[in-house]
Design a protein around this ligand. Structure first.
Ligand code: ASP
Length: 348
């Protein structure tokens, strides 16, 4: 890379996903293509007045294959290039982008540069692709600076279809629409039309000058348990008795409600007494858990279940992985789950 202190430089990391795919003329299946091909399809990349370097996963992956190991690779790439670049744009499949964005937000502590994840619903080689705009605008945002010269955005974000969102607040909500991501419980960090309008009150700015510290240990002994009418004791008991289980995201109804069945409360109490951290996250897309509102929620609280407030399942799950990865005690994990670490819940 050419170094020049005045000119921004962005590292574009290509992990895989639809955005970098092209149709195999023989089988008709979508296959990954290289960054060089990406540049051919997006000649506009040459027009930016900042430097763009690229780094590509050896085996680009469908994001369904993303896991903690791949998150660690991403964190390593960002850490080892941190001083050389103004910002980072990560091309990623949309299916698990919200999980990766959430995980990275916890793993990159003290981040003061943008890490923007983006992707697309249609491959970049397709005429009507949404990938071009998502890619070009992500790069522009990653290179943007404030009047004091510091990066405009200094956190892990998802950029998709005209919206820049805090990464750990996002959820994929549509399998077809270009407008596929939402941050239901936190305002968008920027909206994009003719102008890019930054929401400066919503973007996180850390004035403490904390250096970047990366955490690469994630404990994946976690599970998501989604309640549904008619759920059977056997199902709940099987999940909660998984050997080595550390944390569970319990997806409940409405403001955090669950059936008032004795066996359910017994199963939950037994698990929390064994040290399993169970976090109550609502199945609703928007709004928050309030376990004091109804008796059905209150009972969960008595069984030792924690309120996830307005956290997403993606953020709650990766936060549990992260906290248990730091070898914290059960009490410490419980404490941390009730506080915001990087703006993932609407409370300090
Ligand atoms: N299956 C793809 C993935 O998540 C879908 C996409 O990129 O939009 O990798």
């Amino acid at each position: 890379m050419k170094t020049n202190t005045a000119t921004p430089s962005i590292l574009l990391v290509y992990t895989g996903g639809t955005i970098g795919m092209i149709e195999n003329p023989v089988t008709g299946a979508l296959e990954n293509f290289s960054f060089e091909q990406l540049k051919k399809h997006v000649p506009e990349l040459q027009k930016f007045n900042f430097y763009i370097d690229s780094w590509q996963f050896d085996h680009p992956m469908d994001s369904s294959d993303m896991d903690a190991k791949a998150w660690c690779m991403l964190v390593d790439i960002i850490q080892s290039n941190y001083d050389r670049y103004t910002g980072f744009v990560v091309l990623h499949g949309t299916d698990t982008m919200a999980f990766t964005a959430s995980a990275l937000s916890f793993m990159l502590h003290g981040l003061s540069k943008p890490v923007i994840l983006t992707g697309s619903q249609l491959p970049i080689g397709v005429i009507r692709t949404d990938g071009k705009e998502n890619l070009l605008t992500s790069l522009e945002i990653a290179a943007a600076s404030r009047p004091d010269g510091k990066p405009m955005v200094q956190e892990v974000c998802v950029y998709f279809e005209n919206k820049l969102m805090r990464g750990n607040r996002t959820t994929k909500l549509n399998a077809e629409d270009f407008n596929a991501f939402r941050s239901y419980n936190y305002p968008d960090l920027a909206t994009v039309g003719i102008h890019i309008r930054y929401n400066l009150n919503a973007i996180h700015y850390d004035n403490t000058e904390t250096p970047l510290t990366v955490y690469t240990e994630m404990n994946t002994n976690v599970a998501v348990l989604k309640l549904f009418p008619g759920i059977q004791e056997m199902v709940v008991r099987s999940v909660l008795s998984i050997e080595g289980l550390k944390g569970v995201v319990l997806e409940t109804y409405g403001s955090g409600n669950a059936p008032r069945k004795g066996w359910l409360l017994d199963c939950l109490s037994e698990a929390t007494n064994r040290g399993v951290v169970i976090v109550n996250v609502t199945q609703c897309k928007s709004g928050m858990v309030d376990m004091d509102r109804y008796e059905t929620g209150y009972q969960l609280k008595s069984a030792g279940v924690l309120s996830g407030y307005d956290i997403t399942t993606e953020a709650a799950l990766t936060k549990l992985m992260f906290l248990f990865g730091q070898h914290l005690s059960v009490d410490e994990v419980r404490q941390e789950m009730m506080h915001s670490i990087v703006g993932e819940i609407s409370m300090e």
